[in-house]
Unconditional design. Sequence first.
Length: 246
Amino acid sequence: MKLIAGNWKMNGSLEANDALVRAIAAGMPPSACDVALCVPAPYLAQVQMLKSGSKLELGAQDVSQHAQGAYTGELSASMLREFGVRYAIVGHSERRQYHGETDALVAEKAKAALAHGVTPIVCVGETLAQREAGQTEEVVKRQLAAVIHVNGHCISEIVVAYEPVWAIGTGRTATPEQAQQVHALLRKQLAAATAHAQSVHILYGGSMNAANAASLLAQPDIDGGLIGGASLKAPDFLQIIAAASA
Ligand code: 13P
């Protein structure tokens, strides 16, 4: 079954969330794929309540590598669990870029999530400069290798998201072939670490929308999507869910 995860990023309000989550829950097809909403932390309790009775799962956008203690501003995996959080995005390119997150830190965050029953959605992806320099394979492999190194024994429990940085929020989507090529590489890398690589979800993210979702999701190694902008509009997000549920 495919997984469609919405990453709201720093968007939303009590009022807007209420309308959005109700519309998504009401519009879910009867045999929908797995769907998660990764919402800003202050809204976890609200969305936990709004989604109850639906198939929607709750996600966070980050998690601390620490279990507890003097880490001002951080959120632990066990706190997230208390609000019914099932997924946490780790290593999003916006956090790597604006918060200096390293491959090693991302691996530790994935470990902390796994230790508390939260599934990390580990983001990898190259910048435009790296793609143009022919470094795509090297970059995504290095990013995933760090996570495998620290979490080898339970690596089949993670979700991977391939998000080419140049496709995020730009309207410039990777072609299905470009995305599939990288997904296949990531699958091969996982297969070297676990016998269950086939069952690991590898999501595509980067300007996925209602119009291009079906062709991306038709690729053999694209097991779902991590959706930014289009996850904030119920009709668009529902069309992506429908494409993934077909
Ligand atoms: P967009 O869908 O807005 O390009 O964002 C993708 C993304 O970064 C999801 O994590």
